[in-house]
Design a binder for this molecule. Structure first.
Ligand code: CP
Ligand code: NVA
Length: 302
């Protein structure tokens, strides 16, 4: 695996391999067994959007693997002043052993990989969030013991999270059902991919339909980073898409709830449902560390 640009590029086996390695690295970390697999290697990190989990978990993760990180944001670097990504790629490739980037357009990430000569990891774009979904799948396996055959339901925006969950879920043998308002469906590329999985994929405008008998219920913010001006319109469009106790009553009685965070209680999820499932949601947040370490080893390892 040369890069992690989007889950669409990976096979189900490659995803499972990453999850197996993530489990192994998690066990080693918990047991205090050192694992300096990327000793002396440097990860360059570029942030053109805010981050708490991605920033902290990548920086801690590369350190635990024996390497170190250099962090840059739009403000304070030439990226924010319009230096083309093609040039940034060719410069950073001469300093670092891998680049993690969080930005807006997926094309920026693809260009970084094309013009640079080191592995590139997508730390979130408007199109997808592959690192998050690897951690999500690791968490589902941890709580449910498997992925294949489980029903994953996403309620909310057809955004980066929904896109990556559809791809990651279907590629690992899950059934995926999503509920989103008209006008907020995932892009055509994702719908065409999902259509190849026949009845394992369902899309509806009715949350009560999507959540029926779900084993895993997932939601995310209604207004993603970069969409702040649409907030009012989105609040109106997503009224009725809140994951509440009433909605959860339609899911499988043992259903788990996941959220990539940050969460807006009272919008996409009630405080009651969030707190009832906090043990799952914060294990999911922890797994960002382990899943990303696995990705770094896969793409930056010898
Ligand atoms: N879930 C996630 O990517 O969190 P951050 O935006 O805090 O990195
Ligand atoms: N959909 C959200 C995810 C944040 C981790 C966003 O892009 O802002």
């Amino acid at each position: 695996m040369k890069h992690l640009l989007k889950l669409l590029d990976l096979t189900g086996e490659e995803i499972t391999d990453i999850l197996d390695l993530a489990d192994q690295l998690k066990a080693q970390q918990k047991a205090g067994v050192e694992h300096p697999i990327l000793k002396g290697k440097c990860l360059g990190m570029i942030f053109e959007k805010s981050s708490t989990r991605t920033r902290a978990s990548f920086e801690v993760g590369i350190h635990q693997l024996g390497g170190y990180a250099v962090v840059m944001s739009s403000e304070g670097s030439q990226i924010g002043r319009g230096e083309p990504v093609q040039d940034t790629a060719r410069v950073l490739s001469r300093y670092v052993d891998g680049i993690m980037i969080r930005t807006f357009g997926q094309d920026e990430v693809e260009a970084l990989a094309e013009f640079g000569s080191v592995p590139v990891i997508n730390g979130l774009t408007d199109f997808c969030h592959p690192c998050q979904v690897l951690a999500d799948l690791q968490t589902v396996r941890e709580f449910k013991g498997k992925l294949a055959g489980l029903k994953l339901c996403f309620i909310g925006d057809g955004n980066n999270m929904m896109n990556s969950l559809i791809v990651g879920g279907l590629k690992t043998g899950m059934q995926v059902s999503v509920a989103c308002p008209r006008g907020y469906r995932p892009p055509q590329e994702i719908l065409e991919f999902a259509a190849g999985y026949g009845e394992d994929f369902q899309i509806t405008e009715t949350p009560a339909e999507a959540i029926r008998d779900a084993d895993v219920v997932y939601t995310d913010v209604w207004t993603s980073m970069g969409q702040e001006e649409e907030r009012k319109a989105r609040e109106a469009a997503f009224a009725g898409y809140c994951v509440s106790a009433e909605l959860m009553a339609l899911a499988h009685p043992d259903a788990m709830v996941l959220h990539c965070l940050p969460a807006h209680r009272g919008e996409e999820i009630t405080a009651e449902v969030f707190e009832a499932h906090a043990h799952e949601i914060f294990e999911e947040a922890e797994n960002r560390l382990h899943a990303q370490k696995a990705v770094m080893v896969k793409v930056m390892g010898d």
